[in-house]
Design a protein around this ligand. Structure first.
Ligand SMILES: Nc1ncnc2c1ncn2[C@@H]1O[C@H](COP(=O)(O)OP(=O)(O)OP(=O)(O)O)[C@@H](O)[C@H]1O
Ligand SMILES: [Mg+2]
Length: 342
């Protein structure tokens, strides 16, 4: 392709394969920066630039603190000098008194010098910390050893037929699910979780299965209700203040929680869904395109939360980097309603 292309994406692999320049909009710093070179070199340069900003600031902060400490000491000396001069007054020794007050005047001058050095220091603004999410996925007590099974299950949706499919998910299985648009991935998940019954064959769910889900439509976070209310309704055991704290941790602050969930951005809805995963215990985690709409920092955090999660995991994603970064031990591939395992 000859013309220029402007591409907005969080898909790291796609970016790495296509772009030659990266424009980064940094909300925390209120800056935008253009990085030459492709995506990988952007990652490397960004890291270096961040380190530099930090170091510059630390150097400045250290100098300033040092000068301030010196000014403080001199101020003390100077007032001591005045006191000493007063105390020595009774001798009426004019010479000594003048000497003392001269020396305290000298001290005061030093203090002023120090203060003007501080004022002349070129201020380096502290780089604001980026939004860092550290979250874990709440663990529920272990489920039965078999989490879900399908036996010759068939489901029809209009023209589309899923199955017949027979499979079993065991506790602790980590399954990556891929396939083209419309292949039946989301439908398969719905049937596995018992949200829709098969037209023929059977679907069963194991005992004490606690499902934690991010569905593709972020269905729990749609509608007119305010985010805080919706969330509280989903975790009634949480106090209002705790809900606010939790949402804030996921980057959803005071100006978000009062808004109708429909008015949140897709990424914000996804973060709310992640917050819910942390709040509620789960032993079967079902993620349907979880990285859609998430920014890069949140994707990385999700990946690291998944690394320490030890329940069953069903992960549908088109994000190739995510599939590589998250350890899965089974791979299902869907095509035209058929499931194959590799
Ligand atoms: N309510 C419905 N009525 C009729 N057809 C439907 C309905 N819901 C889904 N389908 C069809 O079922 C097929 C499978 O849909 P599904 O959402 O499971 O695909 P998918 O693999 O999750 O795709 P994507 O990658 O786009 O998420 C599609 O052809 C879709 O058009
Ligand atoms: Mg889908």
């Amino acid at each position: 392709m000859r013309g220029g292309v402007v591409l907005v994406s969080h898909d790291r692999e796609f970016l790495a394969r296509t772009v030659t320049r990266v424009l980064e909009l940094d909300l925390a710093q209120h800056t935008n920066t253009v990085y030459g070179g492709g995506y990988e070199s952007y990652l490397a340069e960004r890291e270096v630039a961040r380190r530099h900003r930090r170091e510059e600031y630390e150097e400045y902060a250290e100098r300033k603190a040092d000068l301030q400490a010196r000014a403080r000491t001199q101020r003390e000396w100077s007032s001591q000098g005045v006191r000493n001069a007063m105390r020595k007054n009774p001798d009426n020794d004019k010479v000594r008194r003048r000497a003392a007050s001269e020396s305290s005047e000298k001290q005061a001058q030093k203090v002023r010098q120090m203060e003007s050095r501080i004022a002349r220091l070129e201020e380096v603004v502290e780089p604001r910390k980026e939004w860092v999410l550290e979250f874990t996925i709440g663990a529920a007590p272990r489920s039965s050893s078999v989490v879900a099974t399908l036996n010759d299950a068939v489901l029809r949706q209009g023209e589309f037929v899923l199955g017949p499919v027979s499979l079993q998910v065991d506790a602790g299985d980590r399954i990556g699910i891929t396939g083209p648009n419309g292949a039946g991935k989301s439908t398969l998940l719905r049937m596995l979780l018992g949200r829709v019954a098969p037209d023929s064959g059977s679907a069963t769910l194991g005992a004490s299965v606690q499902i934690g889900e991010i569905d593709q439509a972020r269905g729990l976070f749609t509608g007119e209700q305010a985010l805080a209310e919706r969330f509280e309704g989903l975790v009634p055991e949480f106090a209002t203040a705790d809900v606010r704290t939790l949402l804030a941790k996921f980057g959803l602050r005071a100006d978000h929680v009062g808004r109708a969930v429909d008015d949140l951005s897709p990424g914000e809805r996804t973060r709310a869904a992640l917050a819910l995963l942390q709040a509620k215990g789960t032993n079967v985690l079902v993620l349907d395109e979880p990285t859609n709409h998430l920014d890069l920092a949140a994707i990385e955090q999700l990946e690291s939360a998944l690394a320490s999660y030890d329940g069953a995991l069903l992960l549908v994603t088109h994000d190739r980097r995510m599939l590589t970064n998250v350890n899965v031990d089974r791979r299902w591939r869907l095509d035209g309603g058929r499931v194959s395992e590799s």
